[in-house]
Every structure is written in structure tokens, then in C-alpha cells.
Design a protein around this ligand. Sequence first.
Ligand code: ADP
Ligand code: MG
Ligand code: ZN
Length: 447
Amino acid sequence: DFNHSPGIRRVLRETFGFHNFRSLQLCAINATLSGVDTFVVMPTGAGKSLIYQLPAVFEPRKLTVVISPLLSLSRDQVMSLLKKNIAATMLCGETSREDARDTLHAIRALQLRLLYVTPEKITKSKQLMSALENLYERDALGRFVVDEAHCCSTMGHDFRPDYRKLHILKQRFPQTPILAVTATATARVEKSVCETLLGSAASARHSWVRFRSTFNRPNLVYEVVAKSSAANDQFRELADMIKARFPRQCGIVYCFSRKDTEETAKALVREGIGAAPYHADLDASTKELIHQKWSTYSAAAASAPKAPRGTSQVQLICATSAFGMGIDKPDVRFVVHLSIPKNMEAYCQESGRAGRDGNKAHCVLYYRRPDVLRVSALVSDTANGDQKLLEIVRYCENVVNCRRQFMASVFGEPFDKEKLCQGKCDVCAASAHGNSPSYELFDASAH
Ligand code: ADP
Ligand code: MG
Ligand code: ZN
């Protein structure tokens, strides 16, 4: 049903300033506007927010409620909506009493297009609930958006218990459509998100309309590199690689622990590379400064004759996996994993922060068997943690199959190796050169 398309296109141009929809955005917008429950899976950076922000503007007599796990993400979105003159605000634990009162008033007066809330607010605030019930009775509740919807699932990599309680949305507001969006694609996760949000009875009878875009990122080049056993060798090899292959280019190095981020950054700075650590223990102002320096870093400016020298700039961030949700820097040219991520979904999401601008970018994973044990200790008590970790191990130890193909199979996506990879992974590149990939690579690092 594409009835809404002409009006939607106008809002896209006039309010959002974009000229074209990206793949699946228009279909997903039409689906949710038609009132059906909708599930959208698209890689990070594909443009999922527009799918709920645009309908909110398109239906000016209704409120869109966005449930999002991260305050910082919601805050950024509210700021950018306000800049476009779209009435939006957020309610969270930190909201002052006066602000909350004003917001509740604005909700009832239908002065807001989008309201961002944490899941706790939905489940715990009686005042919010009664304001929403009031809108519901007036047919003025547009839709509930569950952003980062994989947080509903214990199978996902980022389970949040409060997301579980979101089953109350369908119970209390059965006529209000739900739009769930995520970058996590496996069928298991989808099933469990569906059961949480629509209820298990509903999922047997009818499910939601599903939009799933491809996870293949043609501009990313994937490779796995054998990792040395001594820390000093690891740092030197990393520094050499960055200097040789990514001079002055912007990057992210994912490390196993907070301590590792500090040590890696220090080692890189000693080598004259502008690196900084980023993790949860840093105070807020330090984090903000590092993030800001990195966000504004540009290879062109860094190459200019009068650019500040080397390590005073932040060319790359050494981070734990906590860094990244909502990172939207277009010119990240490489993402290195100095230790294995905990599963393929996490790897897809983290490595996917490279090359948002569509230009070529590299995803390099340093692998060494003993690292598997370290990560296993972290994930073995989560559901399917070890099983999912094993997928990453298979990805790394595989020397025969295309890495893209392997990822596609994990996400249940069909794949045509000849067409889709074209030598843009180390395995395909090696076989194109007639080299049989070397098994010794991994034997050497196994001890
Ligand atoms: P996701 O939530 O899928 O990770 P976002 O919604 O944050 O991605 O969008 C990523 C970026 O893409 C944002 O900067 C957004 O403005 C931009 N974007 C989204 N849709 C379009 C479009 N149709 N044309 C151009 N840019 C777009
Ligand atoms: Mg998003
Ligand atoms: Zn390949």
C-alpha cells in the first residue's frame, strides 16, 4: 500500500532535507502508517530513525512514543529534531519534576510529535501511562517505536530486563501499531522480540510485517590476522600496520578490556600515532573531549601543512565494545579488533561503523586462540553465549570460505559469492591470487 507516498516524499524533502529514500525506508514507512505492526532490521547507519520520525511529522494529530535504551542517543535525536522544528522531547529518570509536568501537559495538549522515553518510564510512571491512555481514547496515539529492539531478547547481545516488560504496550493499547527496529538480525532474536512485544498468542496467529535489508556492505574489506602472543609484539604490529596502511586515517580499535584500551592507546602514542582510550571509567568531560576530537578529526585537515602534529589529534579511539551505539562518523576508514568480539552480531555492528560514507574501508580482526577463553569467561553464563562465541571462532579459523558468505549465513541471508565479494575479503583475495590460505597462520598462534 503506497497510498501515502506523494505526501511522504514532500515531508522527506521539506522537513528532513533529503532527496531520496534509502532502501526499504519508504516501504517500511508505508507499512507502519497503514497501522500494522512492523519489524525492521537494517544495519547500523542505514537510517532506521527516519522510518519513525517521518510518520510522526506526517501525522500531525498524533504522538509517536519512542522507547530507546540510551539517554545519550535520545538526547542527540531530540536535539536534531528540534533543529528541524519538529516538536520532540524526552522523559527519563533525570527529568526534573517541573519539566516532567510540562511534558505531560504537552502530551495531553498534542503539542509534541515525538516523545522519547526509557522503558522504565513506560513500566513505572503512572502519570505517563494515564496521559497515553487519554491520547489513546482520543485516537491520538500514533505508534510505539521500540528502538534497538533486540534489547527485548535474552538471545541478543544487549538484553535489558526492562524491555521484557514492554508486553504491556499491546495489552493496554491493542490498536496502536508497534514499530520495532534493530540492527540485530538472527531469526532467534526476532522470534523472541516478537513474543515479547506482540505476546506469544499473537505471534502464533499473526506476526508483524517484516523488512529486512541486506547486511552486505560492499565497500568494506574483511580480513583476519594472526595475533602475536606477546603484548609488545601486538602493539608494534598494530602500529606498523596503521602507519603503513592507514596513515592519518580515522579509525577505531576495539580492545578486550578497559585496561587494554589504556595500554593500547599509550603504546600507539609512543609510536607517534594520535590515539586515545575511551571507556566507561573515564569521567564525563574527558570522554566528551576525546569523542569530540575524534568526531571532528579529518584526514584532509590532518595532512594540511599547518596541522597540529601527530599525537595531539585523535586519529583513532581505542575502545571497549561499549563505544559505538549511535556513532555516526562517516569517514571511519578502518575498524580493528584487537581481541575477538563476543559474537557475529556484535562483530557486524562494530565493524560496520567503518565506511559509512560508502567509500572503501577495512575491518581487521586480530585472532589468537587463547583470547577465546577470556571472552568465554564473560559470555558463558548468558543464554547461548558460548554457542554464539563459537560462530566468531569459526569465522576466524575458517580459511576456505568467503568471510562475507560466512556472515550472510549466520544472518540467514542468501549470498552469491562471485557477485557480492569480488575479492574484498582476505580469503577470496588469496584464492584469486592462486594462494592457498595458510593453515600455519593459526597453528603458530594457537599456543
Ligand atoms: P540507524 O539508526 O539505522 O543506525 P540513523 O537513523 O541514525 O541510522 O541514520 C544514520 C544517518 O543516515 C543519519 O545521519 C541520517 O540523517 C542519515 N539518513 C537517513 N536516511 C537518509 C536518507 N534518506 N538520505 C540521506 N541520509 C539519510
Ligand atoms: Mg538507530
Ligand atoms: Zn570473500
